[in-house]
Design a protein around this ligand. Structure first.
Ligand SMILES: Cc1cc2nc3c(=O)[nH]c(=O)nc-3n(C[C@H](O)[C@H](O)[C@H](O)COP(=O)(O)O)c2cc1C
Length: 244
């Protein structure tokens, strides 16, 4: 089920170690094998499988163990489709950003470079060149169709807990992605849906005492689809660490 460990920057340092313990080898396979999925099979997951992923992700650490993360998940193909359609309709009449949390105004310097690198890898996998603005826009718009995933999870935290709840939720999201991958389930963390947070919260009856952070679309991947076959790179240990 899992591809071989690939060199994804920091991954190289971990594979320099002898992966003699089963835990180390398993974690190496999970962290190097997971990637963001952008094409799904039209097939619902068993609710027991979904519950098992959530149970594992819920073991994440959090400040004072407050576990601020909350999920709303579309359980069936029909409920996901209803939401997808409603979102499409909403975007037509209200395309503006209505996120709960401010989006970065720009990505400059190294952050801009990394963002561009990931974008070029994604669009070239589909044969979309940098000047092909029409096809780029069509592909970007697929975000709002949730790449036709069979399920979507909406991730929120209580507003009252402030920025550290966002830190905790980030850890939870990361665990969710890895737990899903360990279950053979592909995922797409989706900040794009947070652009329409007000609508999403209203649709799912989530009170405004919660902040929507992002969505996570998930299901079985179309493994052979070219958009699922490219991999992003990572900075090396020395690029992100200063040993003092
Ligand atoms: C919080 C968060 C939000 C993201 N939002 C989107 C999104 O809206 N659309 C998308 O296609 N990918 C999104 N991604 C996926 C990132 O582009 C992806 O994680 C990054 O390029 C690294 O690639 P990888 O996940 O394949 O390793 C998001 C990731 C995170 C963690």
């Amino acid at each position: 089920m899992f591809p071989q460990s690939t060199d994804r920057g920091t991954g190289k340092d971990s594979t320099d170690m002898t992966l003699h313990s089963p835990e180390l080898a398993a974690l190496d396979r999970l962290t190097s094998g997971r990637s963001t999925c952008r094409a799904y099979q039209h097939k619902a997951l068993d609710i027991k499988l979904i519950r098992s992923i959530i149970g594992m992700a819920g073991r994440s650490a959090s400040w004072c163990n407050v576990q601020p993360w909350q999920l709303v998940i579309t359980e069936t193909l029909e409920s996901t489709e209803r939401f997808r359609e409603a979102l499409m309709q909403r975007i037509k009449v209200h395309p503006e950003n209505e996120s709960d949390l401010p989006f970065p105004p720009s990505y400059d310097g190294i952050y801009g470079e990394r963002r561009r690198g990931a974008g070029i890898a994604l669009y070239s996998s589909l044969g979309i060149g940098p000047k092909d603005t029409e096809r780029s826009a069509q592909q970007a718009f697929r975000n709002f169709r949730m790449f036709d995933a069979p399920h979507v999870a909406i991730v929120t935290v209580p507003v009252e807990l402030g920025p550290y709840a966002l830190v905790d939720a980030g850890g939870f999201i990361s665990s969710f992605l890895l737990a899903a991958y360990a279950h053979g389930v592909a995922t797409t963390p989706q900040g794009a849906l947070a652009r329409h947070a007000h609508f999403v919260r209203e649709y799912f009856d989530i009170p405004d005492t919660q902040h929507m952070i992002c969505a996570i679309s998930f299901g079985y991947a179309e493994n052979e689809h070219p958009v699922n076959r490219f991999r992003t790179t990572r900075a090396g240990v020395d690029d992100l660490t200063r040993f003092a």
